[in-house]
Design a protein around this ligand. Structure first.
Ligand code: ZN
Length: 175
């Protein structure tokens, strides 16, 4: 590292210098110089899925799991699993959802969290399934925004190397 880091007026140049040397100076419009240094930082976070565990274990088996209210007179079916019924409050049981559904609505994301930035723009869809009373939010791949329409038939794909994350499932247009 040189005794005095190089100075830049654009933050993207500062970022590139930080990535390269670990130190840079940002000079603002008033000529004020700020020394910036790169400090690597990481943590391991242990997260329990608790009663949601069957959903994520199911994804690793290529199964999309929802839940169904145990009360016979209600029987509401959830596309996004819930431990208890939002309609009547009774406990639910796990069921397998269809792996084919339709686009209920969608949005195209031109910005995202760090993990998804390299995939922008990407599409998120709310999926509706036959016989299911609520929707599932997932990524929609292998299509661009201009391909999409309400009611579009789509089907699930599952990661072959599961990470036990919602990114283990995505949908693509049915062909
Ligand atoms: Zn219910």
């Amino acid at each position: 590292m040189s005794p005095r880091p190089r100075a830049f007026t654009k933050f993207r140049d500062v970022q590139a210098e930080l990535d390269s040397t670990g130190a840079a100076i940002y000079r603002d419009a008033d000529g004020v110089e700020s020394l910036l240094i790169l400090n690597p930082y990481s943590i391991n976070y242990v997260h329990s899925y608790a009663e949601d565990s069957p959903f994520f274990l199911g994804l690793a088996e290529g199964r999309l799991r929802g839940s169904k209210c145990r009360k016979p007179k209600c029987g509401f079916v959830y596309g996004t699993p819930r431990s208890h019924c939002m309609v009547c409050g009774a406990p639910t049981e796990w069921i397998d959802l269809p792996t084919k559904g339709r686009v209920h609505s969608w949005t195209t994301c031109h910005f995202g969290s760090e993990a998804f930035l390299k995939e922008t723009p990407y599409n998120l869809a709310l999926v509706e399934f036959d016989g299911v009373g609520s929707l599932l939010l997932v990524r929609l791949r292998d299509c661009v925004e201009s391909d999409l329409y309400v009611g579009m038939p789509i089907e699930a794909r599952f990661a072959t190397d599961p990470k036990y994350s919602i990114t283990d499932v995505w949908f693509v247009p049915s062909r």
